[in-house]
Structure formats: structure tokens, C-alpha cells
Design a protein around this ligand. Structure first.
Ligand code: SAM
Length: 309
């Protein structure tokens, strides 16, 4: 059988892949780097979890992947084996320089230095923005990431509403946040984040991940979610921003009735009588609390308040 001789860089990469936490520590130390808490750096070292993440993305050569926070590159290397193009955005200058060296000349990997929240994604993926992301599970930009936990919600709330860009997210986050994204009405985890996510995408749990899968281990259990973005939201409303303002008011005062919570939010400009009328028009109990309404009920109520039904 023919054997392939590995270059020095490839050989040191595969040594690291089999060495877990020690390999990443050594990789960083060679550059005078160490994990930076400020950027939420917990590097994933568990080979099985890395495989599960890549498998959930269901990649083929026609896929373009956005990786958020490639870190030391463990996930990047695997994504590059399956996807047609991998664009990785990393905020840490030391890691960006290290990755640029490791992937220099790689035909399918681009390392972008910068903050994902300030990156112009439409400029990075002009084809997707022009043609429209395909239905989930087929071609289109897929976002795959072990997210920096300190900004999980801002990242998803910025990327999920972007139309015609990302069709699937396979993202690791703190388990508590994943629980809130997948929650059902009536549960303690159900809240404004649940509705904000479920308006745009269908969340599915891929796997739970223990702290021991990372270097250094975080203090919390993590979860990988697959979020398939809807081409059209599952509920229709004439004014989504107004619906989300109603949701924010409803969950802002969870223990109050929705009438009291909403009339206590003067920025909405809704008085108690109008609120009661709209609730009655939607067939909802006048004493209902905001935490009891489904997404469809919020959409209907919001439209009733704006005279759209
Ligand atoms: N993907 C690597 C892995 O799985 O081992 C690293 C994941 S680590 C949890 C999060 C990564 O996101 C770090 O590399 C961190 O520097 C990077 N990061 C933090 N904030 C960022 C931001 N605003 N924009 C881009 N990258 C960021």
C-alpha cells in the first residue's frame, strides 16, 4: 500500500489531534499563547463530539461553512475535510495569526480576523445573499461553531433574522441557554429567548457535552443544537417587531397578568381596555399571564392590537 509522507506541519497537526487537551496546550504554548477567559476560550478536544458536530452539519463539497471562533482550529480542520469552503472568523489576534499559518495555501479555508458581531456577512457570502439560502439541510451557508458563551445570545439574535444567508446552525452553547431555546409553554425555561429563536428556526438537540470535553474545562455542561432556519416563520404577523415588543413586556413581568404587564410598559402605548378587547377577540382568558401564550397566540394578539385582524 502506498504511504504518503506528511510535511512537518501536517505531522504536528495529526500528533495534536490525537493528544486532546495536552495537544492544544502545546500548540498554544509553542506560540506563547494560553486560553483567554475574556474571549470565552474553552477549546473542544473530544474527538467524538467534534465528529458529532460535523455530522450534524451534514456537509458536502457544495456547502459553504461559516465557523464562528475557530480557536485553535480543531473543528476547522474537520470542516475543511468535508465542505467546499470554510470561512472562519476569529477575534483573537494571536489565534488568527496561528491559524493563518496553519491553513496557509489551503484551497478551501479562509481565516478572517475580527469580531463576528461587526463582520459584514453579506459581503463575505455574496452568492448566498443574492440567491437565497436553500431550504435547511441542502446547500447554502451553514454556521458551525463552538460559540463563545458570553455572547451566544447576541450572536444568534443577530444572525438568525438575516434573510437568505444561513440555512442551518450547528452550535455549541451552555446547556441552560439551549434549554431555553427548546422550551415549551408552561415550562420554567420558556421565555422571550424561546420565542425569538423559534420564530426563525426549529431547534433540535444534537448532544450534551460534559466539561471534560474541553481544555480548559468550563464550569457548566454544554449542549450542541441544530437550528434549521425556516424559509418563512411558522406564524404570520403584520409587524414582527411589535410582536416581539409585546413578548418582551409579557415576559418582563412574568408573575403579572398580561393586561397588567403590558399596560405597565408605557412604550407600547396600550391601555387596559384595549388589551382586554384584543385578548377577548383572540379567545384568550383576560387573566392570562404572558408566560402561558404560544408564539402563534402572541402573533394573533399583536395583530389584534394593531387592528390587523
Ligand atoms: N472553535 C474552537 C474549539 O471548538 O475549540 C474554539 C471555541 S471557544 C469556545 C470560542 C472561540 O470564539 C475562541 O477562539 C474565541 O477567541 C472566539 N471569539 C470570542 N469572541 C468572538 C467574537 N466576538 N468574534 C469572533 N470570535 C470570537
Amino acid at each position: 500500500m502506498a504511504t504518503e509522507r506528511k510535511s512537518g506541519r501536517q505531522a504536528s497537526m495529526s500528533r495534536r489531534e490525537s493528544k486532546g487537551a495536552g495537544g492544544v496546550r502545546q500548540q498554544l504554548a509553542e506560540r506563547g499563547l494560553s486560553p483567554n477567559k475574556r474571549f470565552g476560550q474553552n477549546f473542544l478536544t473530544d474527538e467524538g463530539i467534534l465528529s458529532q458536530i460535523v455530522d450534524a452539519a451534514d456537509l458536502s463539497g457544495s456547502d459553504t461553512v461559516l465557523e464562528i471562533g475557530p480557536g485553535a482550529g480543531a473543528l476547522t480542520r474537520r470542516l475543511a475535510e468535508r465542505a467546499g469552503r470554510v470561512v472562519a472568523v476569529e477575534i483573537d489576534n494571536g489565534l488568527t495569526a496561528m491559524l493563518r499559518e496553519e491553513f496557509a495555501g489551503h484551497p478551501r479555508v479562509e481565516i478572517i480576523g475580527g469580531d463576528i458581531l461587526k463582520t459584514d456577512l453579506r459581503a463575505l457570502f455574496p452568492e448566498a445573499a443574492a440567491s437565497g439560502a436553500s431550504p435547511a439541510g441542502t446547500a447554502g451557508v451553514k454556521a458551525v461553531a463552538n460559540l463563545p458563551y458570553y455572547i451566544t445570545t447576541p450572536i444568534l439574535m443577530q444572525l438568525l433574522p438575516m434573510e437568505r444567508l444561513i440555512s442551518r446552525f450547528v452550535v455549541m452553547m451552555q446547556k441552560e441557554v439551549a434549554d431555553r431555546m427548546q422550551a415549551q409553554p408552561g415550562s420554567k425555561d420558556y421565555g422571550a429567548l424561546t420565542l425569538a429563536v423559534q420564530y426563525y428556526a426549529k431547534p433540535d438537540l444534537v448532544t450534551l457535552v460534559p466539561p471534560s470535553a474541553f481544555y480548559p474545562p468550563p464550569e457548566v455542561t454544554s449542549a450542541v443544537l441544530c437550528l434549521d432556519r425556516y424559509e418563512k416563520p411558522p406564524v404570520q404577523t403584520g409587524d414582527p417587531d411589535r410582536m416581539f415588543a409585546l413578548v418582551a413586556a409579557g415576559f418582563g413581568k412574568r408573575r403579572k397578568t398580561l393586561v397588567n404587564a403590558v399596560t405597565g410598559a408605557p412604550q407600547l402605548g396600550i391601555d387596559a381596555d384595549r388589551m382586554r378587547e384584543a385578548l377577548a377577540a383572540c379567545g384568550l382568558d383576560l387573566q392570562i399571564r404572558g408566560e402561558a401564550l404560544t408564539l402563534a397566540e402572541y402573533a394573533k394578539l399583536s395583530d389584534a392590537l394593531t387592528g390587523n385582524i
